[in-house]
Design a protein around this ligand. Structure first.
Ligand SMILES: Cc1cc2nc3c(=O)[nH]c(=O)nc-3n(C[C@H](O)[C@H](O)[C@H](O)COP(=O)(O)O)c2cc1C
Length: 210
């Protein structure tokens, strides 16, 4: 399938059939998520991958009882940094130096610039910025899943505080931001499966300045 076909094929599945996604497909979807760009390359979020059915059952009430949470094969939780800290920025610089090498003076300038830009954000501003990076990766994940013929329902319909508590995220300096249920549509039970995809018309969506 070409990308436009894949994006037309996918939809925010409301009922999933519990079938398990092969490991190599999940691996490729997660790799796509990891390769998503982020501001300054900081990747200020992690992904928690939940395939344990008992845990999914526990999460479902915190997600307004949405069926996809237990009907999916893998539930991905995008958990963003709760704030930018000097330690996190140092960690990024150290990692970059190890992976790529580079001129120590240049790296130090980069570190100072990151500290200036991000270190002084207040907690709300820092989290909001980090969350936006997580959403970008979510977008890539949605496309990668479609390319693998895997259904994915992005979801904000959950209580972040409850989910944070269930997964012990706050203690790790993380906050659940958005989740995606990955699995396979239940064509018998999903009311949305045969409905037309609705999008703005191109004229309402794109302004071309030639
Ligand atoms: C950030 C975000 C949060 C969403 N939250 C939910 C959700 O909690 N439950 C749900 O069933 N769909 C959720 N959706 C799916 C949207 O309703 C859906 O993507 C939109 O209506 C477009 O339809 P389509 O994805 O089926 O093409 C969410 C989508 C996004 C991007």
């Amino acid at each position: 399938m070409e990308i436009i076909e894949q994006l037309n094929w996918r939809y925010a599945t409301k009922a999933m059939n519990g079938k398990r996604i092969p490991q190599e497909k999940i691996g490729r979807i997660l790799e796509a998520a990891r390769l998503a760009p982020s501001s300054n390359g900081l990747q200020p979020f992690e992904i928690i991958v939940i395939s344990n059915q008992e845990l999914k059952e526990k999460i479902r009430p915190a997600a307004f009882d949405q069926q996809q949470v237990t009907g999916c094969s893998h539930l991905l939780v995008f958990a963003a940094w709760d704030r930018y800290t000097p330690e996190r920025i140092d960690g990024f610089i150290t990692h970059t130096a190890k992976e790529r090498g580079g001129d120590p003076e240049r790296l130090e300038r980069q570190r100072q610039s990151l500290l200036n830009n991000f270190g002084r954000m207040d907690e709300d501003g820092g989290y909001a910025h980090a969350a936006r990076q997580a959403y970008l990766s979510l977008g890539v994940t949605i496309v990668a899943a479609a390319a693998e013929g895997v259904d994915g329902t992005p979801m904000e319909g959950f209580d972040p505080e409850q989910l944070d508590a269930l997964l012990g995220l706050r203690g790790r300096g993380l906050r659940s931001t958005v989740i995606i249920a990955l699995g396979y549509r239940d064509t018998e039970k999903d009311w949305l499966v045969n409905l037309k995809k609705v999008r703005k018309h191109k004229e309402q969506f794109v302004t071309e300045l030639n």
